[in-house]
Design a protein around this ligand. Structure first.
Ligand code: GLP
Length: 241
């Protein structure tokens, strides 16, 4: 694991965007695995700015997102589909039909997950996978568990994740309780993995991810076993390392 120290959130966002920009420049038709959450928003802003400056071209890029809430429409402003359009896809010259997320409106979990795995396989897997880090060490929506799940699957969100997401919804009852997420094998097959982490509230979990044992109780700890992981974290997030 390589750790790149950033001064603060903005610095983290610039550094992470530079790594993604280098990937796009070196392989203009690459497959990017993308993430949601508040942490990568600044990274997407930097990528949009680079596109507007004429430094980046998304016209041959394919994207696969980590996850999507189950039972939420694409028009819902809390869906990850909406998030990706809002933060990136509508602002760059990407081909919309080459951007993929799990189908949150497919009620048949088995079907939704098999279809998504087939898409990821068809596009050839991720050249670079961007990840945020949940407070309990989750990546995508791979919550703490007894095992690492391989492919895309339906998860029951933990209470702490539901509570963390509640701020984005009108009430607790409105927060989806399930999601479809790429599995750990799907994430680990990415050629390169880029993790963005910011804030004091992530310091304890980041320490466990980097220095603790590899365990499904802290799903992101599995990243220790990947041979090309870059963590870009700000000083607050690195304060316990
Ligand atoms: C959600 C997403 C994750 C994300 C996590 C952390 O649960 N499914 O992919 O990494 O939130 O979010 P934040 O960056 O807002 O702390």
């Amino acid at each position: 694991m390589r750790i790149i120290r950033a001064k603060d959130y903005d610095d983290m966002s610039r550094k992470a965007a530079n790594i993604i920009a280098a990937q796009i420049t070196m392989k203009p038709d690459c497959v990017l695995g993308l993430a949601t959450g508040s942490t990568p928003i600044g990274t997407y802003k930097e990528l949009v700015a680079a596109y507007e400056n004429g430094d980046l071209d998304f016209s041959q890029i394919t994207t696969v997102n980590l996850d999507e809430y189950k039972g939420i429409t694409r028009e819902n402003d809390q869906s990850y589909y909406y998030f990706m359009n809002d933060n990136l896809f509508s602002k760059v010259n990407i081909r919309k039909d080459y951007t993929f997320l799990p189908d949150g409106m497919e009620p048949d979990s088995k079907k939704a997950c098999e279809e998504y795995d087939a898409i990821i396989e068809k596009v050839g897997g991720q050249d670079l996978q961007l990840l945020g880090l949940g407070h309990n060490g989750h990546i995508g929506f791979n919550e703490p568990a007894e095992v690492f799940k391989y492919g895309t699957h339906c998860v029951d969100l933990t209470e702490s994740t539901i509570l963390a997401n509640q701020r984005f919804f009108a009430s607790y009852d409105d927060v989806p309780k399930q999601a479809y997420t790429m599995g750990i094998k799907t994430i680990m097959q990415a050629k390169k993995i880029l993790v963005v982490v910011s804030g004091k509230d992530k310091a304890a979990i980041l320490k466990e991810v980097v220095e603790g044992p590899v365990t499904p109780n802290v799903q992101a700890s599995v990243l220790q076993l990947h041979n090309d992981v870059i963590i870009v974290a700000d000083e607050d997030a690195l304060s316990l390392l």
